[in-house]
Design a binder for this molecule. Structure first.
Ligand code: FES
Length: 109
């Protein structure tokens, strides 16, 4: 694992229906994780980029949430259709996708 340059964690946490905090899985995070994993594995990133599922990352109401390390860049509301842009712009070129970056409500920053 010494050759891994980046690690992407996608929240796939699930809560019961009607839970006040909601969860990323009911918003499609499993599909995001699968799309991201496939995109990375079929690209030049496969050798040095790891993608995995995670339990709750924290910003539940803003999910699906994911975080990219080592940069520590957080994304919110990620959809399957956003995956190609994240792969191309962030994971390949190193430029975070600003329109998807996590924006906490002012009282939480
Ligand atoms: S359930 Fe995904 S961040 Fe909490």
């Amino acid at each position: 694992m010494e050759h891994i340059k980046r690690h992407v964690f996608v929240c796939i946490n699930q809560r019961p229906p009607g839970h006040p905090m909601g969860c990323c899985q009911t918003k499609g995070s499993i599909e995001v994780l699968q799309a991201l994993g496939e995109a990375v594995q079929t690209s030049d990133l496969a050798a040095d980029t790891a993608v995995g599922g995670a339990t709750c990352l924290g910003p539940c109401t803003l999910g699906p949430s994911l975080v990219v390390y080592p940069e520590g860049v957080w994304y919110q509301g990620v959809k399957v259709e956003d995956v190609p842009e994240i792969v191309e712009e962030h994971l390949t070129k190193g430029n975070p996708v600003e329109r998807l970056r996590l924006r906490l409500p002012q009282n939480e920053e």
